[in-house]
Structures are given as structure tokens and as C-alpha cells.
Design a protein around this ligand. Sequence first.
Ligand code: GAR
Length: 200
Amino acid sequence: MLSVAVLISGAGSNLRALLDAAADPDFPARIVVVGADREADGFAHAEEYGIPTFMVPFAQFGTREEWGAELGAQLEVWRPDLVVLSGLMRLLPRDLVDAWSPRIVNTHPAYLPEFPGAHGVRDALAAGVAQTGASVIVVDNGVDSGPIVAQERVPVLPGDDEHALHERIKPVERRLLIDVVRRVATGELDLAAASANAAH
Ligand code: GAR
């Protein structure tokens, strides 16, 4: 059984989907802890499932490195097999990425490498593209630049605003994320191999 820590910043709707999937006894992974960099609404989903939470507020630390060191210490308590960044809106410091890579994945609401960064949906709309997408990547030290392990296209429809488009992308993200966690758990997806291939 794969143990998973999920890190969030916001509503945690993708976290919710993962929790619902993991509640199925046949699902090969379990969420062991949910962490956040702020008082995130998504904690409510973890609490509903009786899953422990921790918070490492960015504002309480002088530097990204100090914040990351505490985040890493919290993760060490749970020693998950996999860390999922599910809407964590902070860049992780290099030491933390190096400590967990390749056992750390991130979901992103765009078809990477298109539209990386904090505003993937807004940027796709501003670019006027006919389609965008959703991606799951292994986290590396760049901004949404790690090896892509799953992605799918989502059309941009006439009249879409950022909210409407994001709400259409999210179900795709959820499906991809759940499938990636399942495939890592079963050994179908080898994150180390995916990362090594990307490096060559
Ligand atoms: C998700 O769409 C996630 O991909 C995005 O934030 C949303 C979180 O929603 N993350 C990023 O844009 C990271 N660059 P949620 O809190 O409802 O799951």
C-alpha cells in the first residue's frame, strides 16, 4: 500500500477527489497526512476523513529555505512513499525538492510546458488558444518544468472566463492525478525511470 502526503494551499477539490478514490478498499494508496502553507479550506476534507493535518505558514519563516526545512521535517514525521502537490501555491526550496525527488508530483491546470506558473488558466485565456489542458509532473527545481507523467487536452470554449475554464480543467486534473497515484502504487509508473528518461 502506497502512503501519500498531500500538500495544498486552497479549496482542496483535487485533494477531495483523491481522498474519495483512496476510500475504496481496492485503491492501492492511502493518504496519511495533508499539509498546507496556510489555513487552507481544504483541511476540512482531511478532517472529514479523520486524516491528520499540519500547517507550516510561510509568513512565519524568514526565508523560503527555513520554511522548506520545517515542511521537510513535518514530512519526515510521516515518511510517505509519495508527496503530491495539489494546489500548493509555493515554490519549494531546492533542498526539499532534492530530498524527495522523484517521489514528488505536482498537478497543473495547463498542458505543460505551455503556461507554467501560478496563473496557468489565466495565461491560456490571455493567449487566446483554442485548447489548454491539465498535467501531472514530477517536481524538479524549475517552475512546472519537471518530467510530465500524464496530461490531457481540454478545449477553451467561447465565453469561457478563468473560473469556468478552470472548473472544466479540474475534473481532468483529478482523473489524471488519481490515475498517476494508482499507477505509482501498482508499479506501472516508475517515477525514477520517468525522471531519468527526461534527463536524457
Ligand atoms: C488546481 O487546479 C491545481 O492544479 C492548481 O491549483 C488548483 C487547486 O485547486 N495549481 C497550480 O496552479 C500550481 N501552479 P484545489 O485546491 O481546489 O484542488
